[in-house]
Design a protein around this ligand. Sequence first.
Ligand code: 0L1
Ligand code: MG
Length: 262
Amino acid sequence: MALDQGIVRQLAEHLENAELNRQPVTKITDDYPDMDWDDAYAIQYGIRRRKEARGIGTAGLKMGLTSQAKMRQMGVSEPVYGFLPASGSYGDGADIDSGAFIHPRVEAEVAVMTRAELSGPGCNVGQVLAAVDFVTAAVEIIDSRYENFRFDLKSVIADNTSAAGFVCGSVLRDAHELDLPALGVVLEKNGEIVETGAGAAVLGHPAASVAMLANMLAARGEVIPAGTFIMTGGITAAVAVEKGDTINVRYQDLGKVSFRMI
Ligand code: 0L1
Ligand code: MG
């Protein structure tokens, strides 16, 4: 690690305060250009510990930047992972307070719940499918704590990959009954179709994203425990939302997810 522990703690507090005060900040690599990948994840884990100390648990894990389009846009070849604070968990049909965010965007995803531990290195799609308890629809709300979503990869890892919330569907399906790469999604905002996509946008197969998560965690000596909820990454591009917007996402074989920003 390039940063000392005190700076890592300060940066975790700085980014969490930006979230809590809805006050965007400049990307942290502007002031700490030498920070490395371990520092970036250490800051993210620092935010997680700060929330846990206040009784906000972790509802699951997420993969981000998993589509070729998003990776190209960011000029990176590696997806990133983060955690899902339980405070951002919403059910289908929710009214969501837009005041809780800075500049929220939503993206349609497929989520899985595991029933067995997954560990890397070498974790693969077959092992993931064997370990998945169920698949469900989920829409992520991302909300970068950086001004105008302007960041680089290390800064966005430190900022918990822009995680801010997620809205879960209520249809649970067995992974073996679904053709996940071919699974189609239609995202409507205020009754108009604004994005469409298929599961293959997520690293070719949403289960490949989970395998990659297990392999990335292995580099830190961690596993995906049984009973972990995982958002596998955006199938569609992220769509900006604001107060008054209604989102309805229709998923092939997985029902729909709807919510209102109030
Ligand atoms: O979940 C995601 O793919 C978002 C990762 C962070 C980049 C962004 O804020 O768009
Ligand atoms: Mg996402």
